[in-house]
Design a binder for this molecule. Structure first.
Ligand SMILES: [Fe+2]
Length: 246
């Protein structure tokens, strides 16, 4: 079994196009989308149209759910940027996503199996920076699953964790959002990969062991950064151009 895992596209159509071209050039047939498809100051409609045409198996991300589980007036900033652009067809497509997807001994989710808004491999650490979770905290979130491979997203942080006697857990990183700032916290939560590349992962079972290849695809962020700036969102523009926050 071999899958390309894409996640956390966040309306970045240019990054999505680059990743899909990279996957297609490798001849990989099975692509799984781990959610958070549209919310951002970028191109939600263009992103949705590409993904809907591909008809990829997709798990429901917190930012997908938050586009239909509350009135527009109660949506967060990332949803408020896009909700007025989306049509019923886009919302119905988001509603069709599953909380989890399983194939044989493989399981995919957005955050954890139980919670699309929970970080599995990572946590908010001192100074509101992302840190790796301890082994027991990662294992606690397994429940009784017998999966040998778990794919999750949400933290935008590419990672592979192997639990002794348990599954490999892979986060492919984020296709479209390499850095972000949450200034509702004090100090602000700062996430930055330090590279503008579009990230995804290829997972494959070889001799009964899952291996993961983490791919960073360079692409031209000019159009998406200009879209962010046209909405007055400078931190997103700089994140897309550099992978860093000023
Ligand atoms: Fe998420």
């Amino acid at each position: 079994m071999k899958f390309a895992l894409i996640s956390d596209i966040h309306g970045n159509r240019s990054a999505l196009e680059a990743v899909l071209a990279n996957i297609d050039a490798r001849g990989i047939q099975q692509i799984i989308n781990l959610g958070d498809c549209l919310s951002s100051p970028l191109d939600a409609v263009g992103t949705a149209e590409i993904l809907m045409a591909r008809n990829l198996p997709t798990v429901l991300g917190n930012h997908d759910r938050q586009l239909f589980d509350r009135p527009a007036s109660e949506m967060g900033l990332w949803e408020a940027w896009v909700i007025d652009d989306l049509h019923d067809s886009h919302i119905n497509w988001l509603k069709s996503f599953s909380k989890t997807i399983t194939y044989d001994d493989v399981l995919f989710c957005h955050g954890t199996m139980e919670d699309d808004n929970e970080m599995w491999l990572h946590a908010e650490g001192p100074q509101n920076r992302m840190i790796n979770r301890d082994r027991a905290e990662v294992a606690d979130r397994l429940g009784d699953t017998a999966a040998t491979l778990i794919g999750c997203g949400h933290t935008h942080t590419a990672d592979l964790v192997r639990l002794p006697g348990g599954p490999a857990i892979v986060n492919p990183g984020s296709v479209g959002c390499p850095a972000f700032l949450d200034d509702r916290l004090d100090p602000p939560f700062v996430f930055q990969t330090g590279s503008p590349d579009a990230r995804y992962a290829i997972v494959e079972k070889v001799n009964d062991t899952w291996r993961a290849d983490f791919i960073a695809v360079p692409y031209d962020p000019t159009e998406m950064a200009a879209l962010a700036r046209s909405k007055g969102v400078e931190d997103w523009a700089q994140a897309l151009e550099t992978g860093w926050l000023a």
